[in-house]
Ligand binder design. Structure first.
Ligand code: DC
Length: 222
């Protein structure tokens, strides 16, 4: 059996990471991991249990103790908490704001990194986030950084019914001390403004092949 490989997809908020990564994972028959959803699950959990997201030690302790499991269903990994997947509840602007705070916590990031690396048990991965190429799987040769113009990103979020200050969140994600959002060394940067999802996937697949990855399109998806 071929050893599993990791495709790291990082980028700014609403840069199309999720849609692109999901589509790419389907095309290649890889497992999709949304690491933002893992961070959001902790943000959601803190709000639900009235834990102050700015209290670093309390949040770090919470994350050491909460009852979680990784589940792979329909080609996607979910972080369950007390056996539950919070689903759409992770997408509110309150959870986004809380999550950006807890994502700056170095202890939380250590915990998340361990959990995210455990996802390899499910096979080859398309993993999206902010620090996958720089911090979680720095050893992978397959790193991509997605971006798009701010106005287009704001339009995409608004189309999902979410209005938030993307520039402020990107600034917070880029300026934190712990694993800030940045372009990994050797990452291919793709500005996908005005580009379709399949077109972005085509660029990634061509690059994977050029780098020698043995990837094949799944018959149903080609
Ligand atoms: O991608 P998203 O909007 O669902 O991410 C939610 C928050 O988590 C966002 O503030 C960035 C942060 N995050 C992170 O710091 N590192 C990751 N690997 C994924 C998300």
């Amino acid at each position: 059996m071929k050893p599993p490989i990791v495709i790291a997809v990082d980028g700014t908020s609403a840069s199309g990471k999720s849609t692109t990564s999901k589509h790419l994972a389907k095309l290649l028959g890889f497992v999709y991991v949304d690491t933002g959803a893992m961070y959001r699950t902790l943000g959601w959990y803190c709000l639900k249990h009235q834990i102050d997201v700015n209290a670093e030690r309390t949040v770090a302790n919470t994350c050491r103790r909460w009852n979680t499991t990784l589940e792979c269903a329909d080609g996607q990994v979910h972080l369950l908490v007390d056996g539950v997947n919070p689903g759409r509840e992770l997408r509110t602007s309150e959870v986004s704001t809380a999550t950006s705070r807890i994502a700056a916590n170095a202890k939380v990031r250590e915990w998340m990194k361990r959990r995210q690396r455990e996802c390899l048990q499910f096979g080859s991965l398309v993993m999206e986030g902010r620090d996958i190429g720089t911090n979680v799987f720095p050893e992978t040769d397959f790193k991509y950084f997605l971006d798009a113009h701010l106005e287009e990103r704001a339009r995409r979020r608004a189309a999902e019914g979410v209005h938030e200050n993307l520039a402020a969140r990107d600034q917070q994600d880029s300026q934190r001390a712990a694993a800030p959002l940045m372009i990994a060394l050797g990452a291919k940067v793709i500005n996908n403004s005005g580009m379709t999802i399949p077109a972005t996937c085509d660029i990634i697949i061509a690059d994977l092949r050029q780098k020698g990855a043995a990837v094949e399109l799944r018959p149903a998806a080609s």
